[in-house]
Design a protein around this ligand. Structure first.
Ligand code: PRP
Ligand code: GLN
Ligand code: MG
Length: 508
């Protein structure tokens, strides 16, 4: 997942963008970038690292202008090289930069078409550079010296025709404005909001999650609809238009399970409420499976599972205890690159309070089990801390299939539940009892909060890919390209390949 943000204001946007990116940091920890615009020039700073490490005072001073976009990255394509940090830039037409959350499933095909037919060069393996060039080409094709909203929307229309997969994106067109758009299935989230500037003028912000708008004092207007584009000119005039022929909302359910912050509202679903429901219905399942259970205490695996675990304990009528203390300086482990780093980080991140475990039957709750990195370590830690029995419950169903829409799970074989029964996973993680949420129950949790959404993007649980273009050949290719072994190689290389076309105007 990545986080994107774009702002049109009546004063400098650098600090607002920075603050928004820190609020979206949970969506991507690998790289961060901001680009602003003033007097016909872009000012760009992007690099690997957390937001606080990438932007120092000297960089912030140079990021001048009242319009800008920003990005935090969790790579799902290409490498972790800083050259693939976003926003990406293309000089023609007008000078355009783009920040993207999601993953294109036809990036290879588009890339070769861009080269052979559109005569455009793609310099990295990032699908986001492809997306930017498709948008740029479609805008250029219209041949207008001064593009209006009509040309911008026409370009988005063409993007929808050519691109497959998931994309929530914000592009900044030099001198004209910013445009945010969501793919025709609305797989990845995006919303926009408004606030009053000092002289009463309207200022706008587009972001991946509503929490970024709240934190910056913007009032959420609404989600961008699937296929829709929101264009805000530099003077603050806003236009919206539906640019897809057959849009239909299929939001990614994993946002609600894990990715999003609980204080966000996405497609009119409060993530917090959805997670509370996940705890409730999981408690019901536990009671169905073992009406006479002997659970002494419910312990969450911080951070994300806390909300569900609390409600689960309440519904079971069992004590809730914070048995693991989280090191606040370690980020999210699941989105770290490489299994070795993830495994090490679980131990660094979580430490048990022995007295909550000693001689007790503990029920550990996590939001999801993906590779099994966290639960394998945690079950062992609970036993070492003296637990009599270690039970484990996951607020999401077994994750059995790769994700191709912006979550870096490219390889089925790396998923602990792939081709395994619940019992086999239970044995593998060393638990005495393992309970997974059922998919219908998970869907009911989000639909209880907003029953207007008929369909969810659930491919990691079902193996059904709604864009219809994902076949065995694609998945095999993805696995070969991005399995953990390959990425470790890329990480080693990335120390040296950062020099490949670095368009930074700022060296450090
Ligand atoms: O089975 P795994 O491959 O370990 O993946 C699942 C775990 O990873 C995530 O935690 P993470 O540490 O990323 O973030 P959190 O602090 O928000 O829970 C998630 O919340 C699970 O705990
Ligand atoms: N997680 C994402 O949204 C990734 C965006 C893009 N595919 C990249 O790899 O940079
Ligand atoms: Mg976790």
């Amino acid at each position: 997942m990545c986080g994107i943000v774009g702002i049109v204001s009546s004063s400098n946007v650098n600090q607002l963008l920075y603050d928004a990116l820190t609020v979206l940091q949970h969506r991507g920890q690998d790289a961060a970038g901001i680009v602003t615009y003033q007097d016909n020039r872009f000012f760009l700073r992007k690099d690997n690292g957390l937001v606080r490490d990438v932007f120092h005072t000297r960089h912030m001073r140079r990021l001048v202008g009242n319009v800008g976009i920003g990005h935090v990255r969790y790579p799902t394509a290409g490498s972790s090289s800083s050259a693939e940090a976003q926003p990406f830039y293309v000089n023609s037409p007008y000078g355009i930069t783009l920040a993207h959350n999601g993953n294109l499933t036809n990036a290879d095909e588009l890339s070769s078409h861009l080269f052979r037919t559109d005569l455009r060069h793609i310099n990295t393996n990032s699908d986001s550079e492809v997306l930017l060039n498709v948008f740029a080409h479609e805008l250029q094709k219209q041949g207008k010296l001064n593009p209006t909203k009509d040309e911008i929307f026409e370009a988005v229309r063409a993007v929808h025709k050519r691109c497959r997969g998931a994309y929530a994106a914000i592009a900044m067109v030099t001198g004209y404005g910013i445009v945010g758009f969501r793919d025709p299935h609305g797989i990845r989230p995006a919303c926009y909001g408004v606030r009053e500037g000092e002289k009463g003028e309207k200022e706008y912000m587009i972001a991946s999650e509503s929490v970024a708008l709240n934190a910056a004092g913007f009032t959420v207007v609404r989600d961008i609809a699937p296929g829709e584009a929101v264009y805000i000119e530099t003077d603050g005039t806003l236009y919206t238009e539906q640019c897809a022929e057959d849009p239909k909302l299929y939001p990614c359910i994993f946002e609600h399970v894990y990715f999003a912050r609980p204080d966000s509202i996405m497609d009119k679903v409060s993530v917090y409420k959805a997670r509370l429901r996940m705890g409730e219905v999981l408690a019901d399942k536990i009671l169905r499976e073992r009406p006479n259970h002997d659970i002494d205490v419910v312990i969450p695996i911080p951070d994300t599972s806390r909300t569900s675990a609390m409600q689960l304990a309440y519904h079971l009528g069992v004590k809730y205890r914070e048995g693991f203390i989280k090191n606040r300086y370690i980020g999210r482990t699941f989105i770290m690159p490489g299994q070795k780093m993830r495994k090490k980080s679980v131990r660094q991140k979580l430490n048990p309070i022995d007295l909550e475990f000693r001689d007790k039957n503990v029920m550990l709750i996590d939001d999801s089990i993906v590779r099994g990195t966290t639960c394998e370590e945690i079950v062992e830690m609970a036993r070492d801390a003296g637990a009599r029995n270690v039970y484990f419950a996951s607020a999401a169903p077994p994750v059995r299939y790769p994700n191709v829409y912006g979550i870096d799970m490219p390889s089925a074989n790396e998923l602990i539940a792939h081709n395994r029964s619940v019992e086999e996973v239970q044995n593998l993680i060393g638990a005495d009892w393992l309970v997974y949420q059922d998919l219908e129950d998970l869907i009911s949790c989000v639909n209880d909060v907003n029953d207007e959404i008929n369909d969810w993007e659930c491919s990691v649980f079902t193996g059904n890919y709604i864009t219809g273009d994902v076949d065995e050949a694609y998945l095999t290719h993805l696995e070969e390209l991005r399995n953990d072994g390959k990425r470790t190689e890329a990480a080693i290389q990335s120390g040296t390949d950062n020099a490949i076309i670095d368009l930074h105007n700022d060296e450090d």
